[in-house]
Write a protein that binds this ligand. Structure first.
Ligand code: NAD
Length: 257
């Protein structure tokens, strides 16, 4: 599937799912804008190496997705945005009555409000081009809840609601907006939770993966960043032109159960 000539901005793409999605789009020949809040040699090397590997333009633009003005500046600096992937996200686990206010605010800002700002900034460019794709990386937690993840669940349900609304607002304009809702993908975000869970349940880290994490996913397997990336590329294709306002789980059957 060729997306040659299209510019794809992926927020939060120097690791995990965002990086996997960016690599899938690079494989389809698109021009890539990588992003995170950091701005170091590794970030710029990542872009250079990806550009050489796939033979396409790859830029790295630093912007902190917790700040609305920086979200909008990312789109302006990129100069073009045919495909926007709102992926940046963080997680914190605590009972709601002990949830630190700063963590709540950061999760809502990075996981949800950033998509409002980038979408608002990108839509005029898409309208001018007469074509566009917005793909929000939500979560199975945008469709169902888990205890102790109140901010994350709230933000991801918000992203699913925003996806449906933007899909309706743009339906006549050759622009689609969809959400991908991964179950568990073994990325730094998930890996970071394993040691604490192992202590809490007095289990080895392998047991946590098998008995706590994958126990929720009927397939008993992690989804991969490549599978998420390939679905994103499909959603950007003309074959998916009539799919809009949808939240598509990639969760081994978790939300069907
Ligand atoms: P990750 O920690 O590997 O990636 C998160 C990315 O967001 C990183 O590139 C990080 O630099 C970036 N980021 C964090 N704060 C940022 C900020 N303030 N500004 C800009 N970028 C920032 O985790 P991941 O698992 O790849 O998560 C990516 C997305 O997928 C998140 O939205 C997450 O909620 C979602 N998701 C992940 C899973 C999973 O199992 N891994 C499941 C469902 C949904």
């Amino acid at each position: 599937m060729s997306l040659a000539g299209k510019t794809v901005i992926v927020t939060g793409s120097n690791s995990g799912i965002g990086l996997g999605v960016a690599r899938s789009f690079a494989g389809a020949g698109a021009k890539i804008v990588l992003n995170s809040f950091t701005d170091n040699d590794d970030d710029h090397k990542l872009a250079k190496d990806m550009s050489e590997e796939f033979g396409t333009e790859v830029r790295y633009i630093q912007a902190d997705m917790s700040k609305g003005d920086q979200c909008r500046a990312l789109i302006e600096k990129a100069g073009a945005c045919d495909i926007l992937v709102n992926n940046a996200g963080i997680q914190h686990v605590a009972p709601i009555d002990e949830f630190p206010q700063d963590k709540w605010d950061a999760i809502i800002a990075i996981n949800m409000s950033s998509a409002f700002h980038t979408t608002a900034a990108a839509l005029p460019m898409m309208r001018k081009a007469g074509w566009g794709r917005i793909i929000n990386i939500a979560s199975a937690h945008g469709l169902r809840a888990s205890p102790f993840k109140s901010a994350y669940v709230t933000a991801k349900h918000g992203v699913v609601g925003m996806t449906k609304t933007v899909g309706l607002e743009t339906a006549k304009e050759q622009i689609t907006c969809n959400a991908i809702c991964p179950g568990y993908v073994l990325t730094p975000l998930v890996e970071a939770q394993i040691p604490d869970t192992a202590k809490e349940y007095n289990m080895s880290e392998d047991e946590v993966i098998e008995k706590v994490i994958l126990a929720k996913q009927p397939s008993k397997e992690f989804a991969t960043v490549e599978q998420i990336g390939d679905l994103a590329v499909f959603l950007a294709s003309d074959s998916a032109a009539q799919i809009t306002g949808q939240a598509l789980p990639v969760d081994g059957g978790w939300t069907a159960a």
